[in-house]
Each structure stands twice: as structure tokens, then as C-alpha cells.
Design a protein around this ligand. Structure first.
Ligand SMILES: [Zn+2]
Length: 214
């Protein structure tokens, strides 16, 4: 698998700093678990945070803080380190945790035209959803009021700008107006996050918007 579309430095930095809304966090963590390149970049931003911490002025804690922490650790059940977390089907570990399993655990709702979605439980400052787009089907063209991240988990889609395969992430902002089309072959499944409602040009999608929460 060759991933050609990666996370921006801006997003990786915000992720390392813990500043992203939960929905974006989930998309970034899922891409990072699929992409060696972005995992390495994320680690280097983490290292920057570590240096900042080391250079920060110390604040003394209570005298018995260390003893109390050690006591608590001793009381914890021993972690069993067996094999690394295996991805459950097409969902990498962070996403499988959210869904509570793989595809069979997803409760899809019809959006129209064969497209289905499942909204994931995240904080309200942004929303995350799984999208199911049958091969050869288009999503209504739309613009964005905020930022939209779309990560491909199965199949592929293309829009006016490029082609996106499993692991690829598309970062769309207010400037982008696009019509994603799932490519022929395999049905396309994506994880998408938005921090503002999408702007549809067509009347019907606009009317349906409040119902679908997109
Ligand atoms: Zn990447």
C-alpha cells in the first residue's frame, strides 16, 4: 500500500499538542496507524513537546506524591504484553475502538442514492462519521464552511483534484468545492470529520442537511 496523501504539519502539530477536537483526533490517529511516514513525523513533533517539558520550570509537588503514585501502580493488575493490537478487518485499532468492532458493528443509516453514513460518538466541537459510497456513485458536490478531513478505508474515490486510495487523506477547506465519486470496483468506505456544516449547492441536499446532520 502506497499512501500518497498525508497529514499537514499543522494538523500533526495540533495532534501532538492535544489541541484537536475529538473527531479530528480520531481521523489523525487512524491515518497515523496506517502510515509509517506520518507516524515518524508525529513522533518528531512529540519529541519537540518533550523538550519543551524538560526545559519548563519545575513546580514542586507534595512531599509524598512519588510514594503515593508508586503505591497506586503496584496495586494495578499486571498488563499482559502478548501480541500487538491487530486491526479488526478494514478498521485500524483507534477506529475499531470507537465503533466497537469492525464493519459488522456499524449501524448505517441511508443518506440517499445508495450512500450510507454512521455518525460516531465524539465531542460536539466537530463531528466524525463513516461514509459508505457504492462503487461508481457520486456524493453531491459541496463546499465547506470549515475543515473537512476524509480518510479512505476501503476502495477509492476521486474528485476534481486527485485520486484517493486506502490510507490516503484529503484535507479540504473553505476554498475547496468538490464532487467526490467512488471509483468502480470496490464500494468505498471513508472516515470523515468536519468542524462546520457542509455547504451544498443543490436544493435537495440542503433541505436534507438538518436531518442528516452533515
Ligand atoms: Zn501519512
Amino acid at each position: 500500500m502506497t499512501i500518497r496523501h498525508h497529514l499537514s504539519d499543522q494538523l500533526l502539530m495540533a495532534y501532538a499538542a492535544g489541541q484537536l477536537p475529538e473527531a479530528f483526533n480520531l481521523v489523525v490517529a487512524t491515518h497515523v496507524s496506517l502510515c509509517d511516514e506520518c507516524r515518524a513525523r508525529a513522533a518528531s513533533f512529540d519529541a519537540v513537546g518533550g523538550v519543551l517539558l524538560e526545559e519548563a520550570d519545575e513546580i514542586a509537588m507534595g512531599e509524598d506524591a512519588l510514594a503515593r503514585a508508586l503505591e497506586r501502580i503496584e496495586g494495578l493488575p499486571q498488563a499482559t504484553r502478548s501480541e500487538p493490537l491487530k486491526p479488526a478487518g478494514i478498521f485500524p485499532a483507534p477506529l475499531a475502538d470507537y465503533v466497537g468492532g469492525d464493519l459488522s458493528a456499524v449501524r448505517w443509516r441511508k443518506v440517499g442514492g445508495g450512500v450510507k453514513q454512521a455518525i460516531l460518538p465524539t465531542g460536539k466541537d466537530a463531528s466524525a462519521r463513516l461514509l459508505y459510497i457504492p462503487a461508481g456513485t457520486a456524493v453531491p458536490d459541496h463546499g465547506h464552511r470549515g475543515m473537512e478531513l476524509t480518510l479512505v478505508l476501503q476502495g477509492a474515490f476521486a474528485d476534481e483534484n486527485d485520486r484517493f486510495d486506502r490510507g490516503d487523506i484529503e484535507i479540504a477547506d473553505e476554498e475547496v468545492e468538490h464532487t467526490p465519486v467512488a471509483l468502480a470496483g470496490e464500494d468505498c468506505i471513508c472516515l470523515a470529520a468536519t468542524d462546520a456544516p457542509l455547504r451544498f449547492r443543490g436544493l435537495i441536499p440542503r433541505l436534507a442537511q438538518p436531518l442528516l446532520r452533515i
